[in-house]
Structures are given as C-alpha cells and as structure tokens.
Design a protein around this ligand. Structure first.
Ligand code: FMN
Length: 194
C-alpha cells in the first residue's frame, strides 16, 4: 500500500528542519510512542545499537549548552526535548536476545573496529527513523551535528559504554522560523542504474 500524496508531502516534500519551537511540552507518553515506531527500523544482525537520552528538563539541556556550537544554543534551549542519539559500544552483548538464531556475537566482540563502525552506521539509520517517526506522529525535528561529541560523552556518558552520534531537537515547530528551502540534487546527479 503506497502512502497518499498528502502523507508523502507531510513526511518528505513539505517537511522542514525546525529552528524555532512552540512553547508546548512533550510528555513521556509521546516519547514512548515515538520509540515504539523507531524500534522497528532494520539494523545489521538486528543489533539495534542506538541508545537515546532525552533531555527534557531545563537543567538537563543546560548541561548540554557548553557542548553546542553557538548557533545551536538558543534553539535547543527553546525545544521541549533534545534527544542525544547515541550508540552502545558493547551493543553486541544483547545479540543473544536480539539475534537468537545465529551466533554473531563472537565475531563482533572480537573486532572492535568492526563493532564500532557497525554501531555508528546502524545508530545513524535508527536516528533517521527517529526523524521520520517523529514527523509521522505530527512532531517536528531539528537534527544537529554542530556539537562537541567528546564533551557530550564526558558530561552525559562517563562511566558508561554509550557514545554520542548526533543530536535532535523534538517538539512542535514554530513554522515562522524555518529557513528557506535549499535545493536538492537531481536523480541524474546522484544515481546510476547499471
Ligand atoms: C545529521 C544532521 C546534522 C545537522 N546539523 C545541524 C546543526 O548543527 N545546526 C543546524 O542549524 N542545522 C543542522 N542540520 C540541519 C540541516 O542543515 C537541514 O536539515 C538541511 O539544511 C535541510 O533543511 P530543510 O529540512 O529545511 O530542507 C543538520 C541536519 C542533519 C541531518
């Protein structure tokens, strides 16, 4: 079943990155609904390496401020929630549960370069699902990589096995503050069919 044009417009053609936010809180119920969609994203060996830290309180977001590029500070303060999309460096420890039919754990556990590359790639895919799932639930998002990841890891994840991938403000956007749409590349510029 294909989505209707208006559904596709909502998810893709008309969807914008948001930089300003309405003063409307998000409760945990909607964050749970959001995760209940994201969790179906496909990931390598069903490893699901993404971990999410939702910063909701002003105090939690203020701890993030020293890690942000200046242009990302005010929009993050104004957003109801800023999600740290992270990954667990020992994600493979859950493979007995997540991938019960094959032993993939041994290969990843013994190869840290492979396991970290897999965690980064797949947590980014899961983060992309977060963006689409949020839009499907009628929320808006503002993803950000303008931050110091090492500092985020130190402040939020010291003593854990989590590492930051990217950030994403989530809430109800202030549509008067979106930036003008920049162009996109054409099929001919990007795709080859062989
Ligand atoms: C991974 C990622 C990192 C981004 N980092 C930032 C950022 O640090 N600050 C910012 O203002 N926008 C950031 N953006 C937003 C992009 O600039 C924006 O999505 C793009 O220009 C398209 O804008 P549009 O959705 O309004 O068409 C980021 C987007 C992504 C997906």
């Amino acid at each position: 079943m294909a989505f209707s044009k208006s559904e596709l417009d909502h998810l893709f053609t008309e969807a914008h990155t948001h930089h300003g936010w309405q003063d409307r809180a998000l409760d945990e119920k909607i964050l749970r609904q959001l995760y209940d969609l994201i969790k179906w994203a496909p990931t390598c060996v069903n490893g699901a390496p993404m971990r999410l830290l939702f910063l909701q309180s002003a105090e939690a977001k203020e701890k993030l401020v020293p890690c942000l590029l200046p242009k990302n500070v005010e929009k993050t303060r104004a957003a109801p929630v800023c999600a740290i999309i992270a990954f667990d460096t020992i994600w493979y420890e859950k493979l007995d549960f997540l991938s019960p039919h094959f032993d993939y754990k041994t290969a990843y556990k013994s190869n840290s370069a492979l396991s970290e590359a897999t965690a980064f790639r797949n947590s980014a895919i899961q983060g992309g699902y977060l963006i689409l799932a949020a839009r499907a639930l009628g929320l808006d998002v503002g993803p950000m990589s303008g931050f110091n990841a090492a500092k985020v890891d130190e402040i939020f994840f010291q003593g854990t096995t989590w590492k930051a991938n990217f950030l994403c403000n989530i809430g109800f956007g202030d549509h008067s503050k979106i930036y003008p749409r920049a162009p996109r590349l054409n099929f001919e510029d990007v795709c080859k069919v062989v």
